[in-house]
Design a binder for this molecule. Sequence first.
Ligand code: TNX
Length: 521
Amino acid sequence: MLMASATGLAGAALIAAPPAPAISVVPQPVEVIGVRGDAFRLDSDARIMIDGDPREAGPVARQLADLLRPSSGFELPIVRGAAEPGDIALVLAADEAPDGHAAEGYRLRADESGVRIGAATAAGLSNGMQSLRQLLPAAVEDGHLLSYPLEVVAVEINDYPRFAYRSVMLDVARHFFSVLEVERFIDEIAMLKINTLHLHLANDQGWRIEIEGWPLLTEVGGLFEVDGNPGGFYTQQEFAGIVDYAAERNVMIVPEANMPGHTHAALTAYPELTCDGVAPGPHTLMAGGGSSLCPTSGEAERLAEDVIRQLAALAPGPYLHLGGDEVSGYTDDEYTYFMELTSSIAADEGKTAIGWQELGASDELPIGTIGQYWGYTEPNEQGIELMQSFLNQGGAIVLSPPDVAYLDQVYPDDDSLGLEWAGSNGVADAYDWDPASIFEGVGDDQVLGIEGPLWTETIDTIEDVEFMAFPRLGALAEIGWSPAPGGAHRDFDEFAPRLVTFLERFEQLGVNFHRSSDLPW
Ligand code: TNX
């Protein structure tokens, strides 16, 4: 009797974990090495150890604890000091990252003696934590106590990104998204090691960021969105909150208040920004308003200066996006004058300007200005010339070809949401391109990175944002992060099941996504 019940108890405590999943991480790490030895098993006395500056490592430790405590039921204290067997260690020191990849690289090792993530920066630790997360069963994500122990297969991962700028753009102007919705999206993109969220804060349909000295921009210009529904805006304090939330997750916010075109909302708020002094009234159609700040009004320059300086103060990173696309009613000289003005103010604020490709029309940009390409993967003469202009001026480029990277275009197998001027864009399309093969002679060194823009003319809810972003953004994340030896075509058949495995996590988290017929469900 005694024997039987003892066995029973032991059995209950040691219910076998489900078979360790094959290592399946998106984006694919640079190096994954199988390690001899047993899996790591999280025990009740495990701790999350911080070895290094706790202000840097603290947020990563807390995110890991938030993930593991509910599913394991363990206390998992976060403690400073050296790890003991069974602990998860976050080690922050200059020599911890893979050589030459201090900015975001990390090393992860798991075996029966513990888990150790080493990095030179908080960004590297964050990346390592996101990989560790994907080595755990998807069930950890839903916050319920699991009936089996958490295990991590014995493995060593050395990893770092191919491109420094791995971005998604959210257009909060056409449709507004609340602080909480934006933060939810940040949590999701961070899981894919997307490290930049470009917020498109002003367009014809709405002005979404408070600018001191110009209260009507938001009070009037923020009122509506597409279809005339109520819009909204962020106070500077709310915006700073988004910036901090993102930073803890290794996501940099790059703000853009698009000028001088696409400015209907600003013109409605301040008619003195128009040439005829007449407020045009709200623009709530999907299509662009063909609007621009009056090139000969001194008020436009005063607005531009206030906006750029205040956004520079709010922007955490080295970049500020100036917009500058699709400007009507300007002569070439007026356009370059305006953009040289805004880019020089950005430079004066210590920021590197990024502009949509049209900005390349100027040959007097501050050194290092970044151009964002939004032409097709097969560029035309004009696209080539514009992008070459940025390179000639010491800058680099960010690639957003609409045929593979625009997250607002319809899926080939579902056109319920999205525009289709660039055709459709499926998961396989988003995976089938290489940033170093678009422009002849322009290789990795001149490509700062990639971005998937999510324009929101047809996108009204955060669930719809998720539907359009995922799973395509998983493909873009891998294009931006993972090496492509010799620029060779990537193997979609190898990628697709990994992406499906990743999406099990989103299912647990209740994140919406499109069940693309490109994927082997
Ligand atoms: C073009 S891409 C635009 C946006 C639209 C988008 C819709 C770019 C710089 N401008 O204003 O929202 O197409 O796909």
